[in-house]
Structures are given as C-alpha cells and as structure tokens.
Ligand binder design. Structure first.
Ligand SMILES: Cc1ncc(COP(=O)(O)O)c(C=O)c1O
Length: 484
C-alpha cells in the first residue's frame, strides 16, 4: 500500500483473480527479464545481443514541427548523435524511459493522479504507464491478459468495432450494456448485475469509450460515470476505459473527469471494506488523434499488476514499440512542454468542433427540418461534443403504425452507394451482430463542399427508398383488394 498518499491502492494480489488462464502461463522473457539489471552502476553486461551502434548509418535526425503558439511558424528539432543513440537501439519493453517519464507526468497533470516516481515502476498510488503500438495493441493485450475463453464481458452497445473480434475470438459472452447520449445506461447495468444468474461466472471487465464514442459520438456524463464506478466497486469488475477522443472534447460545459481521475476523488470509505480503494480502471490513451496516427504510439495507465502482464505479452510478441518513433515523439513533446501540448490539443479539438458544426448544419438542412418540409424530418441524431462521429437514424417509415425502422445495411451498401455516398451501417458496431437502423458518419476529413454534397446524396437516397416503399405498399394493397 502506498505511504505517501491518502489514496489507497488495491494490493497486487487482488489482480490474481483478474488474470486470464493464458496470462498465468506466460513466461518471462529470459533476456528481457534481466534487462533492468544492466542499469546497475558498475556492471559489465554481456547479456543482450544488442547490435553495435557504430555500425548504424544514422548520425543525427532533424525534423520540423508546427509551433502550437504560432500557427504560421515551424520549429526545427534536431536530435544529435549522442541523444539519437537510444532511438536506434533496443529499449525497455515498457517504453523508452524518457517518453514514459513525460507521459506519466502528463497523466499526473491531466487526471490529477499521483505517481511520484517519474514514470519508473509502480507509483505511490499503485499505477504506472506502458507504451504500446497504438492503443489497439494495448487493448488487445489487456483483453488477452484478463479474459479467458468463455468468460462473460460487459461491453457498451453499440461498441467500437475494433474490439468485437477480440471477444469473439475468445468465445466470450458479450453482455451488451445499452448507451444513450449520456453514456452507459447505468440503471440497465445495475439491473443486469443485480439479476446475474446464480452460479454463472460474473464479468471481470467492462469495456467503454467515454468521450466522443466510436461509433455513437456520445460523451458520458459525470453522474453516469459515478454510477458505473460505484457498480464496478460493488460488483468487482475492472473498467477498460478506452479514451482516444479525450483530447477532442469541444463541449461548452466543463469536461467530465476520466474514470481514472474519478476513482481517486469519489468519496473513499463508501463500503469500508477495501472496495473503496483505487485500481479498478485500466485506461488507454493514444497520440493517434492528436499527433499522428502513423506514429503508432498509445499508452495504458493502470494497476502495476495488470501492466506487468501486458508487458509480458509485449516481451513475447513484438518486444517493444519502435525506439525511434518513441524518441521522435519524446523530443517533440519535450520541446513543447505540457502547456503547449495541451494548447495543441485544444486547437485540434477546436478544429473538430468546427467540422462538427459544418456537418450538423448540412445534416439539418438536407435531412432535418431545413429542406424537408413536406416530407418531415428524414433523420434524427444527437450532436456529439467530442470526437469525429455522428450517429444517426434515417426516418424511412411512412407507415404511421410501424414502430421499428429496419436495418441500415442495404440502405447504405446498395442505395446510398449507388448515389455516390458511403457511411458505416450501424450493425458492424453491434457486439452480437444485431440489426440496427443507425448509421455512423465520420466528419474528420471532408471539406464543407463535400459535406453538403454527401448530405444531398443521402437525402436523395432516403427519398428514393421512401418512394419505392410507398409504391410497393400501394401495389400490395391493390393486389390484396383485387384478390378479394
Ligand atoms: C475507440 C477506439 N479505440 C482504439 C482505437 C485504436 O487507436 P490507435 O490508433 O491508438 O491504435 C480507435 C481508432 O480509431 C478507436 O476509435
């Protein structure tokens, strides 16, 4: 337990029950396991098969980057030979120490959680950071480390399509927890957990994307998050907080805290039996949406015991993330400092806010009440306050007695495509493949002109489908009468 802080952390042994069957069998890499000892002062290491740096052709590296304080200026960052060396060599499984230190400091600052040891090992509140090849890499490893074949898992629904194959491959029972514009519907989650079938394995994890969710665009409110956290404590599960759109928040109100932040500030001692301690959140961040998706750098933040298993997976699979991309990222971030990094993220979020506005204006005009006066609204949606996705449903029903819209797949793949526009049919985000009338549209790349044109084409599609249905119904009715 940590001595320096008031925050209590769950002990390492707590996580024994959270490890998957396979993770318990992963072996330490005999070489990487001894790596840290090389750093002992005075040691002469004959350990690793590291190539001799003098044979590497690279001598220095320079790149230019935008200056967050001045739109029109660029800064040249040069990494001289001596500082380039760590980027050219094998490095720690967990991540390049310099970058780990920087990212740990960022988590302390942004989420108000204390580490206190500059990124080295377990911090005073029981957490640390590991770097991965994007957050996808870390999520996959976390799932493999925690979930055994056949386990039930709680997944928000609709869910990021990138995790569905992971759970399917493990033959997990994906328990869908419905979401709405405010996040996970916590009362539904509570009901499921309260009425869990007797004698059946209980879920160890809940997967959620709380900011600008992919695909629904929803951002979870503070109240919902508190409720979910309370349930995690009561029913003993870990929240997998996948948060790539955290820095893309452009809502007007104060942003809700992350689960990682909240677990340390929500009143302690609620249960008085240890369930109040921190360590129930495993958080995933990424630089993909704010620096570059091609860097492939993400970071997991959470309990040391879980990160140790993730690192074990890394040591056995890809050894580590590229030292060079970590070094480049570190030099960029170090040259900016935390303030300018955060300034940069605010500029990025402002960029997406403007894109959101353009998209919504066109959506309203062509599929909302703007042009659609005689036909009524052709689509419904909630505007996102973070991220890059709109989640909407087309109003295809003309029959006032019908209650359910049908699946959007044919509408998108056949009719919309024929009219020269594409989006993602919502069914790909349904954990168990249910049909859904919803559609995900990404607004990150399009210019205003293309957005307008896309909306016009969608409008044409909806009107055509409506017309075809009306004709089919009239024909059916006529046939019905003539047969009488
Ligand atoms: C919800 C979610 N999680 C994870 C990822 C993977 O991101 P990364 O580039 O960090 O691997 C994405 C990418 O779009 C995403 O939307």
């Amino acid at each position: 337990m940590n001595g320096n802080s008031k925050v209590k952390a769950l002990p390492a042994s707590f996580y024994d029950d959270f490890l998957s069957d396979q993770a318990k069998e992963w072996l330490f890499s005999p070489i990487r396991g001894l790596f840290p000892l090389e750093k002992t002062p005075g040691i002469i290491s004959l350990l690793a098969g590291k190539p001799a740096p003098s044979t590497f052709p690279f001598t220095s590296l320079s790149f230019t980057a935008k200056d967050p304080t001045n739109e029109t200026s660029e800064t040249t960052i040069t990494i001289p030979q001596d500082q380039l060396a760590p980027g050219l060599q094998y490095s720690d499984t967990t991540g390049l120490p310099e970058l780990l230190g920087w990212v740990t400091g960022l988590q302390e600052r942004v989420h108000g959680r204390k580490h206190g040891r500059n990124g080295v090992g377990e911090g005073v509140e029981g957490w640390r950071v590991s770097i991965g090849s994007g957050s996808q890499d870390l999520i996959y490893k976390a799932v493999a480390a925690m979930v055994s074949p056949g386990d039930p898992v709680l997944v928000e629904s609709p869910v990021y399509a990138g995790v569905i194959p992971m759970f399917k491959h493990l033959h997990c029972k994906q328990i869908e927890v419905p979401t709405d514009a405010h996040g996970i519907r916590s009362e539904s989650l509570r009901e499921k957990l309260e009425n869990w079938p007797q004698g059946q394995r209980r879920p160890k994890v809940l997967y959620t994307v709380p900011y600008g969710c992919n695909p629904t665009g929803m951002t979870a409110t503070l109240e919902r998050k508190k409720e979910v956290l309370r349930l995690a404590r009561k029913y003993n599960f870990i929240i997998l907080e996948d948060d790539p759109y955290y820095y893309l928040y452009y809502g007007k109100t104060v942003r809700p805290p992350s689960y990682f932040s909240l677990e340390a500030t929500e009143p302690f001692g609620e249960e008085g039996d240890g369930s109040d301690a921190v360590g129930r959140v495993l958080r995933f961040d990424t630089f993909s949406k704010i620096l570059s998706a091609g860097l492939r750098i993400g970071f997991a933040t959470g309990p040391e015991a879980l990160l140790n298993r993730i690192d074990l997976f890394t040591a056995n699979s890809n050894l580590q993330v590229s030292s060079l991309t970590q070094l480049i990222t570190f030099h960029l971030l170090q040259s900016w400092g935390y303030d300018n990094f955060l300034l940069h993220t605010r500029k990025v979020s402002e960029f997406y806010r403007k894109k959101r506005d353009v998209f919504e204006k066109a959506l309203e005009r062509w599929l909302g009440s703007g042009e659609a006066t005689s036909e009524g609204r052709l689509a419904e949606w909630n505007a996102p306050v973070s991220g890059m996705f709109f989640w909407f449903v087309f109003k295809l029903l003309i029959d006032p007695t019908a209650t359910e819209e049908e699946d959007s797949r044919t509408l998108i793949e056949t009719h919309a495509f024929a009219n020269g526009v594409l989006a993602l049919p919502g069914t790909v985000f349904e954990p168990n493949g249910s049909k859904t009338p919803y559609v995900r549209a990404s607004f990150s790349l399009l210019e205003e002109r293309d957005v307008e044109e896309a909306m016009k084409r969608l409008r044409k599609t909806v009107l055509e489908v409506r017309k075809a249905r009306k004709q089919a119904r009239t024909k059916n009715k006529r046939l019905g009468t003539s047969m009488m």
